[in-house]
Design a protein around this ligand. Sequence first.
Ligand code: SAM
Length: 257
Amino acid sequence: MSDKNSTPGDGKAKSNLGEPTPLAKQHLQSSGRLYDLFLSGHDERVFKLHHYFDIYERHLSRYVGKAPRILEIGLGDGGSPELWLKWFGPNATLVNIDIDPPGTRLSPDSPVLTETGDQADPAFLARVVEKHGPFDIVMDDGGHTARQQINSFNALYDALRDDGVFICEDTHTSYFDQFKDVDEFMSMIEFAKQLIDRLHEPYLGQEEYLRVRQPMGDRKGHAMASRFAARTKGIFFYDSIIVFERHVRSEPWMEHR
Ligand SMILES: C[S@@+](CC[C@H](N)C(=O)[O-])C[C@H]1O[C@@H](n2cnc3c(N)ncnc32)[C@H](O)[C@@H]1O
């Protein structure tokens, strides 16, 4: 990272955006029903940063009351799949995977489906997808190392439906050396930054850019992009969470109107 008191640029336009600034001390950091459900819990079985709930509301509330298929990585103390089911409603299907068997973390009559295995193991994840996929939502709240987060993304992104959502949580671990188990430079955040470039593939090169201005009927063949670019609407970076929203993309079209 660059000098923490400056922001990137050519230095000509002065900016105070890097200036040390106190963060507010605020207890309540989200709003909405999911946050209320979290706040009403008193058995210490859900472990989340308070500001995450606004992010879930923004990207996932369209599934409330529907019948989403959800894959969550990381059972923790067992409270989070139960919280999701309370919020999404009884028609949701929740599959949870964890490296340790659930044991008594879920009640015997819990509707949560569980699979035991390592989220960094592509063969295990392929079996989970085969048995339970495709999914509307995948949430990675597992071990949080670079290898685990990146392998899980690579194995599970295409197991999402075309309008699905992938959420990788606790990406602040990208800045902790002990979570960098690919190499000293690679982290989930570095990996996702590279995907920002992929998202812009339809514009890379003058020819591609000229094509963007042609009416569809005048275009020959098809513009090509990676499967990631062809199936991604956007990448949303938040404090400690990255959200990927899927979408079947068309060739871009720009015109004067
Ligand atoms: C942070 S806790 C999950 C918290 C829970 N989702 C919540 O919101 O309360 C992380 C979980 O990931 C599991 N875990 C750690 N490494 C894993 C791996 N390689 N594969 C699958 N699960 C793993 C741990 O056993 C633990 O239950």
